[in-house]
Write a protein that binds this ligand. Sequence first.
Ligand SMILES: *Cc1c(COP(=O)(O)O)cnc(C)c1O
Length: 465
Amino acid sequence: MKKNELLRNLPKMDVMLNEKKVMELREKFSEELIYISMKESIDYFREKALREEIISFSKDDIFNKFYDLVKNKNTPNLRRVINATGAILHTNLGRALLSKEALESVLQVSMGYSNLEFNLKDGSRGSRYDHVEKLLMDLTGSEGAVVVNNNAAAVLLVLNTLCKDKEGVVSRGELVEIGGSFRIPEVMSYSGVKLVEVGTTNRTHLKDYENALGENTGALLKVHTSNYKILGFTKEVNIEELVKLGEEKNIPVISDIGSGTLIDFSKYGLRFEPTVQSYVEKGVDIVTFSGDKLLGGPQGGIIVGKKKWIEKIKNNQLTRALRVDKMTLAALEATLKSYQDEERAIKDIPTLSMMTSSKEIHKKRGEKLKRSLKSKLNNFNIELCEDYSVVGGGAMPEEKIETYVIKVKSDLYSSCQIEGKLRNNKIPIITRIYKDYVIMDLRTIMDGDFPVIVEAFMEIEGEKM
Ligand SMILES: *Cc1c(COP(=O)(O)O)cnc(C)c1O
């Protein structure tokens, strides 16, 4: 068809709105949504016709476009996905999952009013930080604690409070970048701290720190190289030596430990990672870590340490700008309470149970998923194999946790096509590709996800039948 003819054939709004299929949707959705979506879909085809990008269309095409728009407008942009990648703390997929206890607490505190900043004992004004401070002190052995929006904010705030207009000394081997936007040199300059680099990329000695100290030194900063490892001819100054130096020269020592764990993972067959408590015990002035990495709680930046610094931090104006919401505090308090009993923490906190569960469990679960898939599909090659999961989120970069994965291949589609179709499923399923296979790691898939996965594959197969 010619352009003008196509434009003439565009249906009128009122005609389309009275189509039977549209009328049915009008009962479910608001008039406004129906009207806007119909207008957008007719406009869509008008534009296409004007640009001569189409040579024909049918009423059904317009209806389908309309239907997609209505559906999209009713689907939240931010929504649940199934993480089949095997990366437990997948930063792009929201890092740590909250425990049931944490969720319950968020619900209670958010659906109704709360004593967020209200002292129930005497009816006076309270502080939002009080709800978790004592818990954090008990769990880490620190003299005080504050929580802010994330660990990046925590580092910024700590540097700004302890070291503004002074020099912060950091090893060249620890000038990290995390996730593209957190870079130590930039964070230091935003906090008003002059960065003084010492040592080299691979080797830093105590004398390098000593030589850098001067009248204007504000703090010694140690940063956990969370997401990389320097191997070979290396030397770093450990935290004990740094604390000793700080004490001698009366300079506070700050340690950004990134992930921050309260339990010793080596007990569970994983890599040893020093606990937050051990840093506090060694006398570090201030320790900062994330709430949603190994801790397994909500996004947050946790600051623990010596009372005099914590008080200064609480009084910094910046703290107000970085303050956490009641939902964060509710989820964090519940998560921390689980840690009062380590066994309970391992069971209740999804990050911890995912990290510590045995591969045999995932083998059994994998067999079940494989059976369901095989019973419903004819054109997919489905295997269960051993593989490795990773912790992710920049934590324990070298740790490989033995797991089981489902490997899928088909003559109907390439692995890239399958990956894309799963990603565009109603409940998106995020997988990875290895060689010609689509890989789904049982460790990060939940039991409740199994039927969704099976149904998604059935739909994919159905498209070709
Ligand atoms: C992850 C990490 C950060 C940033 O923490 P967020 O909670 O993501 O803001 C900072 N420092 C280190 C060492 C980290 O590993």
